[in-house]
Design a protein around this ligand. Structure first.
Ligand SMILES: Cc1cc2nc3c(=O)[nH]c(=O)nc-3n(C[C@H](O)[C@H](O)[C@H](O)COP(=O)(O)OP(=O)(O)OC[C@H]3O[C@@H](n4cnc5c(N)ncnc54)[C@H](O)[C@@H]3O)c2cc1C
Ligand SMILES: NC(=O)C1=CN([C@@H]2O[C@H](COP(=O)(O)OP(=O)(O)OC[C@H]3O[C@@H](n4cnc5c(N)ncnc54)[C@H](O)[C@@H]3O)[C@@H](O)[C@H]2O)C=CC1
Length: 515
């Protein structure tokens, strides 16, 4: 049966009249058009509706082995698959592999880079985000986002003796632990590592792992599988240089050999409370007559000497120290991919540059929804939820956006999805399982809160954030098995004052206590 959603594409290029290229007339697509084949776009399912998925990357991300491990915590594997697999599985989905270059919101249509136009009834923008680099256009500054950029990083690392990592979030944490055989200078703005996930206590717990060699076997993590099949770009697929592929995810570095040219395992030096002041290419650095420093040794403390080695690039930090290196990784966050959709469209934008969406994932323009990294959640959130640009949130947003779009087209109303009640993230840092719940870093609680801690060096770190006797958030590092109990305690807001310190007493089986 012919898929009714499939718009007929005559030729790949725009029609030509003399020297003039004219875009082909609009093709009426299905009711729903989704832009982006990342985790948010792929979560958009309308079992009985026709969907046109327009995506710049030739492969799509599929969630497999999805498992709800508690009310809110989810685990799943992620596979890259060719888009044909999606069409085979879901005959109501038609995939167009082409970047969108323009949105005409008043005419309800999108224009793709091959000159085609598609009319939508409802549109969901899931074009993700791209790395926010400290120095755009500098060939020695790399960002990591998709398969191609990760491979480029690996290629450059293979010939590197020293790299610099700038930034203190997820990517920097992972690289600092994974890179071997290469000196790493990690410059962070904060006092302690991992500021987007941890406070100084948790950072200290983890740091011991960083400076140690890596003797232990990696723990298996559920959301790990990342197939390589189907990754090659199919012949004839054009990707505009400005378009990135889908973002990598958990254990993206598995299968990549993150090893430099040296024989040692780990060699890392952390420069705290500083930013990048200047980046010099080799020639400019020579002219500047400035001096760079050798790699600081543990026993030298601040006693570093002038580096005799010549490096391709030099980084001057705001603490006045200068280090040479082979290249710089800018792991400094992301910027939502909104450019193609802005021209002529008056979207409300969030402070972080995302498309503002309300509690129904609706943007400020009629019939346009957004989900995942591209959007900025602008509803009044639950007291235990905050937006972070993560797989789980992208998947939940996509899934919920689909429900909202269907309900709106049927004129029905729909309640906010339960997954937005509680922030819950499970991941792995430094080979530890890490679970973050609610206001895990006392975000927006001011000084009116207290912390309870339990820490067994090398084994587990547990922190709970309490306010007025109620649990507001928690950080669980290691195999604590406390996530489900704590999730319930945060959600039900039980007054825990009478339990005091017993709450974290290792001799009390807290799971049974609150059953
Ligand atoms: C290195 C790395 C590691 C990560 N690790 C984790 C982790 O361990 N846990 C976690 O929870 N999160 C992790 N994340 C974050 C997570 O990957 C993202 O939050 C999530 O993938 C965002 O999904 P998305 O669908 O919104 O965007 P994306 O995955 O970026 O997908 C966007 C899609 O839109 C397409 N697109 C872009 N522009 C256009 C256009 N103009 N026209 C058509 N299509 C377009 C792209 O090709 C892509 O298919 C990681 C991110 C990175 C970069
Ligand atoms: N295990 C996980 O959950 C992982 C999640 N991710 C996600 O992938 C995305 C990209 O990761 P990251 O780039 O690490 O972003 P991030 O948002 O996690 O961290 C960005 C870091 O860069 C710092 N920073 C910003 N501008 C800076 C500047 N000019 N100079 C110095 N530091 C600066 C910030 O303070 C912050 O520490 C994020 O959404 C992140 O949540 C990435 C890797 C692992």
């Amino acid at each position: 049966m012919q898929n009714p959603a499939a718009p007929r594409r005559q030729s790949a290029s725009p029609q030509k009249f003399g020297n003039m290229e004219v875009a082909r007339p609009p093709q009426t697509a299905g009711k729903f058009v989704v832009v982006g084949g990342g985790i948010a776009g792929l979560a958009i399912h309308f079992p009985s509706e026709e969907i046109l998925l327009v995506t710049a990357s030739p492969v799509i991300k599929a969630v497999t082995n999805f498992k709800q491990i508690s009310k809110v915590l989810e685990e799943f594997d992620v596979e890259e698959q060719p888009s044909t697999m999606l069409e085979n599985r879901f005959p109501n989905i038609k995939v167009i592999e082409c970047g969108v270059k323009q949105l005409k919101s008043e005419e309800h249509c999108i224009l793709t880079e091959d000159g085609s136009q598609y009319v939508y009834k409802k549109l969901c923008l899931c074009a993700g985000a791209k790395p926010k680099l400290i120095c755009e256009g500098n060939p020695y500054v790399l960002g990591i986002r998709d398969t191609d950029s990760a491979q480029e990083f690996q290629k450059q690392l293979m010939n590197a003796k020293r790299i610099m990592i700038i930034g203190n979030g997820g990517i920097a944490l992972e690289l600092a632990y994974e890179v071997e055989g290469c000196e790493v200078i990690w410059a962070i703005k904060d006092k302690a590592i991992g500021n987007t996930f941890f406070d100084a206590g948790a950072a200290e717990f983890l740091t011991s792992k960083l400076i140690a060699e890596k003797p232990e076997a990696k723990i298996a993590h559920k959301r790990t599988r990342y197939t390589t099949e189907g990754k090659k770009k199919e012949a004839g697929t054009k990707i505009n240089a400005g378009n990135v592929g889908s973002a990598l995810g958990p254990d993206w570095h598995e299968g990549l050999n993150l090893k430099g040219t040296r024989e040692f395992s780990h060699k890392i030096h952390i420069e705290t409370m500083c930013e990048v002041k200047n980046i010099y290419l080799q020639k400019d650095f020579r002219i500047s007559k400035k001096k760079s420093l050798t790699f600081p040794r543990d026993d030298q403390n601040e006693l570093v000497t002038t580096d005799k080695e010549i490096w391709p690039v030099y980084v001057e930090l705001t603490n006045e120290k200068i280090y040479g290196c082979d290249f710089i990784v800018s792991a400094t966050g992301v910027t939502p991919n909104i450019e193609p959709f802005l021209c002529g469209n008056n979207f409300d934008l969030g402070e972080d540059g995302g498309l503002r969406v309300d509690d129904h994932m609706h943007t400020s323009l009629p019939d346009i929804y957004a989900a995942g990294d591209i959007c900025t959640a602008s509803w009044q959130p639950s007291p235990f939820w905050q937006q972070m640009r993560l797989w789980t949130q992208a998947r939940q947003m996509g899934w919920y956006a689909a429900k909202c779009m269907t309900a709106a087209s049927l004129g029905e109303s729909i309640d906010m999805d339960f997954s937005f009640e509680l922030f819950a993230h499970v991941t792995k840092f430094f080979n530890y399982k890490v679970v973050l719940l609610g206001k895990y870093n006392a975000q927006s609680l001011g000084s009116d809160h207290e912390l309870m801690l339990r820490c067994t060096k090398g084994q587990e770190y547990i922190k709970v954030v309490m306010q007025n006797g109620r649990m507001m958030g928690a950080v669980l590092i290691g195999e604590t098995n406390l996530e489900e109990t704590f999730e319930n305690l945060i959600l039900n807001q039980m007054n825990l004052s009478s339990y005091g310190e017993d709450l974290l007493d290792p001799n009390i089986d807290i799971e049974d206590y609150f059953d």
